[in-house]
Design a protein around this ligand. Structure first.
Ligand code: GUN
Ligand code: ZN
Length: 637
């Protein structure tokens, strides 16, 4: 069973509960060759802290000594490893060397008998050069074998590998067929050739199309991905597990892995690393070691580098900075940059998982940043949900953020003359009412712009003006007083909740409580009732129970709702969080961090809070918090 602890977009920090032990994700599982372990499993666990590893059940089964020992002592005894042991099935050997002499049934049975924690189906490794027909036929067999394995897995968790090569349709279909089966982990298979050939653009397509089909409640393993430079990108796209054989393979060829690429020992001019393995050496002493010992030092270096990157990625998820980290990592190699640029083509899918806001500011690190889903969201909502107060506009250049603090007087003057000031930004046109919301105010751009950013600003301006049918005005700022906050209260509500909800919420005489220190809106009262509060940090609203009461009658279900089962209602009424297991329905448009109303099966208001997940996730997970409840609503009866 898998549980999300923290998430940023598709990326997540999670816990995979296996019967033996827990595995925190994102996790890197070092590959152990049962015949020659460069670094012992015990050291991997106790010293490096790798709480899971992967080994090959096919190799163990083919060696009489290993097989007998594994059957007698179990894998954990054989390897002397207390953590989570995942086993592969021989599929990769068939990819490398042709047919394997084992059936799916036999290898699943064997993995069970030796006590594997996560066994793998004998899937068919679909090669990237296969035709679509050939691939489709092989996926059918993989699916049949997964069915067969699921029926005999017993206590063992099962990895059902998503294949389908570079064909998005086949990937997605394979993913959704797997989602319907009793499997516990979803590896994405058949990607090693893409990674070896630096085809990262296709890799991105493969990950996204596979993810679209899969159950969001199962961890995704990217089979054969074990270079630190790829971890951030793959995690950003929703991969939770990785395996690395390269730490040992590269070490045998005197190659050191770094987050920005691989260095050959022979090319180095100094040992650029002070990890515990490198730290005791200088370049000369390392080069002087006999090859086996040298390989062992480099393998440990590679493991330290991987371990560090895993921790770095986890921190980025928890801070909400994984985009920035990924953008920086992907500049290490043009092929990775290709992958990053491709991510922008999947903004629709990514936007569904994009949080309403983050704690820190968004950084513009280069033109690829324009592919982030926040840009897409702003374009859409500012065109479809915003309503301009006037038919004429004046274009202003950006002077600082939030705009109102730097050009508030110009705003007031133009508005009092009946013209809408629009600030031209890289996000597009920003009207005064929206200048405080994330990421418009919470973003940093370099002072020296670039061509793509300028094009984006022009195009954004143009499409905004066209969408609202605005005409350019000849007016210039010339003094005057206008209350922008009255417009802001409405515009932010429309942007955040949509037109219908905004009208219901703000129907009546409006009164704003404004911070005396900052001049920002704090509370919105309608006919004396406090319906919304505005957060200073991201410029969005939190919904108050009084606001929810205004919505519930007029806004048709399931909009803005999370429906919980009867058992949970009394707890949520007391203000306790909503757990996934008790969610029966949800608004499909829910984004992480959205304000939601928690309702009972007969649509009575139970609580208000913040969604932590999308609808698909709430319905698929059996564990974890779906809504962080802010206020419980006592029963009327
Ligand atoms: N190891 C690397 N790629 C694969 C794959 O596609 N399937 C399996 N079972 N193992 C792999
Ligand atoms: Zn090192």
């Amino acid at each position: 069973m898998f549980e999300i602890v923290k998430r940023d977009g598709l990326a997540r920090i999670g816990v995979l509960h296996t019967p033996r032990a827990k595995l925190e994700t994102p996790a890197l599982l070092p590959v152990i060759n049962p015949k020659l372990a460069t670094v012992s499993p015990s050291e991997l666990y106790h010293h490096f802290g790798f709480k899971g590893l992967i080994t090959n059940s096919y190799i163990i089964r083919n060696s009489e000594t290993l097989r007998e020992r594994a059957l007698a002592e179990g894998l954990h005894g054989l390897l002397d490893y207390p953590g989570v042991v995942m086993t592969d099935s021989g599929t990769f050997q068939s990819h490398m060397y042709g047919e394997v002499e084992v059936s799916n049934e036999e290898i699943i049975g064997f993995q069970r008998s030796v006590g594997s924690d996560i066994g793998t189906v004998l899937d068919i490794f679909a090669e990237p050069y296969w035709t679509e027909e050939q691939t489709a036929a092989s996926v059918e067999i993989t699916l049949q074998r997964t069915e067969e394995a699921a029926a005999m897995k017993g206590d063992m968790m099962l990895a059902g590998v998503v294949q389908g090569s570079v064909y998005p349709r086949l990937r997605e279909d394979c993913g959704s067929s797997m989602a319907a089966m009793e499997v516990d982990v979803h590896p994405i298979g058949g990607v090693v050739p893409l990674m070896e050939q630096y085809r990262y653009r296709e890799l991105v397509d493969v990950i996204v199309s596979s993810k679209k089909g899969m159950s969001p409640a199962r961890p995704v393993h990217l089979f054969g991905a074990g270079h630190p430079m790829l971890i951030a990108l793959a995690t950003l796209l929703g991969c939770d597990m990785f395996d690395s054989a390269s730490y040992a393979k590269f070490a045998r060829d005197d190659r050191l892995m770094f987050v920005d690429g691989t260095a050959r020992l022979q090319d180095m001019h100094g040992l650029e690393c002070d990890c515990p393995a490198c730290g005791v050496h200088d370049l000369e002493s390392l080069r002087g070691l006999p090859s086996k010992e040298r390989g062992a030092v480099i393998a440990r270096h590679n493991l330290y580098e991987l371990k560090k990157e895993m921790a770095r990625v986890r921190r980025a998820i928890s801070e909400g900075t994984l985009w920035e980290l990924t953008e920086s990592r992907c500049r290490a190699h043009p092929a990775l940059l290709d992958g990053l640029r491709r991510v922008g083509d999947h903004a629709d899918f990514l936007e569904r998982h994009e949080p309403l806001s983050r704690d820190g500011a968004m950084f513009y690190t280069g033109p690829e940043t324009l592919g982030r889903p926040v840009f897409q969201r702003y374009h859409q909502r500012s065109r479809h949900r915003y309503q301009p107060p006037f038919a004429e506009y004046v274009q202003l250049e950006e002077r600082g953020k939030p705009h109102g603090r730097y050009q508030g007087e110009d705003f007031q003057s133009l508005l009092s003359q009946g013209a809408l000031p629009l600030v031209r930004t890289v996000f597009g046109a920003v009207p005064p009412e929206l200048d405080e919301i994330y990421p418009l105010a919470q973003s940093l751009f370099p002072g020296l712009s670039d061509g793509d950013a300028e094009t984006s600003a022009d195009a954004g301006m143009e499409s905004f003006v066209a969408a609202h049918g605005l005409a350019r005005s000849g007016k210039i700022p010339a003094g005057g007083d206008y209350d922008v906050n009255a417009l802001r209260a409405v515009a932010v509500a429309r942007y955040q909740f949509g037109d219908e909800a905004a009208s219901l919420l703000l129907d009546g005489p409006l009164e704003l409580v404004v911070s005396r220190k900052t001049g920002k809106i704090r509370n919105v009262l309608v006919a004396g009732e406090h319906v919304l509060s505005m957060r200073a940090s991201d410029g969005f609203y939190t919904l108050r129970p009084e606001g929810a009461a205004k919505l519930i009658g007029g806004l048709e279900a399931p909009t803005m709702r999370v429906t919980v089962m009867d058992d949970a209602v009394p707890f949520n009424r007391e203000g306790r969080n909503v757990f996934c297991a008790f969610v029966s329905d949800c608004d499909p448009e829910t984004r992480p961090m959205d304000e939601v109303m928690v309702v009972s099966a007969d649509d009575e208001l139970v609580a208000v809070g913040r969604a932590m997940m999308t609808m698909d996730e709430m319905l698929a997970f059996s564990k974890g918090v779906a809504v962080k409840t802010r206020d419980g609503v006592p029963s009327k009866g």
